[in-house]
Design a protein around this ligand. Structure first.
Ligand SMILES: NC(=O)c1ccc[n+]([C@@H]2O[C@H](COP(=O)([O-])OP(=O)(O)OC[C@H]3O[C@@H](n4cnc5c(N)ncnc54)[C@H](OP(=O)(O)O)[C@@H]3O)[C@@H](O)[C@H]2O)c1
Length: 284
């Protein structure tokens, strides 16, 4: 028989690949009631394969964090099936590269729509169901890029910095009702974010752009990452579980290669030194 702890209902966004996929498999293997969501069900192959291989029981829903109707439909079904939601993991996201000058207004706003307003959509609509849980937790997947900024990733930095500030405020509001709002700030891990989901501003790839030379350096570094990164994305799945289990987990959870170092450096070293180092590492 499943223990009370294991029966928690967990909704995760962005489960077609990467952290979302691995977390939904990891938690389902440990007996959680996982609601794995993805915006495009045509991409459910990897999850279905894991369900089949490990004989897992989890529910898969179509959900785009920018599409209110898809969120409402999923939550309505959760309400009917379980009557409550214990954990919401806001994982869905992507990063668009390119200097500010090369990013169109639409590219910038789209980044915010998914990584920031998408999280707000999820939380706003999930709160009534989370309020029915005795131990509700909201886990927001931010990034070390939400604590330190680098050239050519400004739109992504903005979206994750906004998520950091929002989470700080929301945590203090919801703690009045016994909720926990938690942040995970990963460093780089080899997921689809560095392969099929890599995005760069259209104009950044135009040789006529005044930033082209620098963007190309950035782009090549970005693509090479997947071959050199040795970090295991399953660490994030395990961290999510430990945050769910822990009675009073830390608010911020910086994890992964170089993440702690970057955060520490940005926080405690003089800004000029930080700036010099970032420039050296990225552009040589
Ligand atoms: N990997 C890293 O190094 C790293 C580091 C720090 C933070 N993060 C953060 O971790 C989270 C997960 O990324 P990942 O590394 O696992 O990358 P990933 O493999 O590219 O997975 C991203 C997931 O988000 C989904 N997604 C994108 N836009 C969406 C939308 N509007 N609605 C619903 N789902 C959407 C993608 O769906 P599609 O397949 O349909 O595009 C995919 O399932 C992101 O928030 C990312 O910013 C990653």
């Amino acid at each position: 028989m499943k223990s009370e702890k294991q029966k928690k209902v967990v909704l995760i966004t962005g489960c077609s690949s990467g952290f979302g996929l691995l977390s939904s498999i990891h938690l389902a293997q440990r007996g959680y009631e996982v609601v794995a969501t993805m915006r495009n069900l045509a991409k459910r192959g990897a999850l279905d394969e894991a369900i089949e291989r490990h004989k897992l029981s989890l529910t898969v829903y179509q959900l785009d964090v920018t599409d209110i109707k898809s969120i409402e439909a999923c939550l309505k079904d959760i309400s009917g099936k379980y009557g409550h939601l214990d954990v919401l993991v806001n994982n869905a996201g992507y990063g668009i590269g390119g200097f500010f000058e090369d990013l169109s207004d639409k590219e910038y706003r789209d980044q915010m729509e998914t990584n920031f307003f998408g999280v707000l959509n999820m939380i706003r609509l999930s709160l009534p169901l989370l309020r029915k849980s005795s131990s509700a937790k909201i886990i927001n997947i931010s990034s070390v890029a939400g604590l330190t900024a680098t050239p050519g990733m400004g739109a992504y930095n903005t979206s994750k910095w906004a998520l950091e500030g929002f989470s700080e405020s929301l945590r203090q509001e919801l703690s009045l009702f016994g909720f926990q709002v938690l942040l995970i700030e990963p460093g780089p891990y080899p997921t689809e974010v560095f392969t099929t989901n890599t995005r760069f501003a259209e104009k950044a790839m135009d040789p006529e752009s005044p930033n082209y030379e620098y963007t190309q350096k950035l782009y090549k570094k970005y693509l090479a990452r997947n071959e050199t990164l040795k970090s295991d994305p399953n660490e994030i799945a395990k961290l999510i579980e430990s945050l769910i289990v822990a009675k009073n987990p830390p608010f911020r959870n910086v994890i992964g290669p170089t993440a702690g170092l970057r955060y520490y450096f940005r926080r405690f070293f003089p800004w000029r030194l930080n700036e010099w180092l970032v420039k050296k590492v990225i552009f040589g």
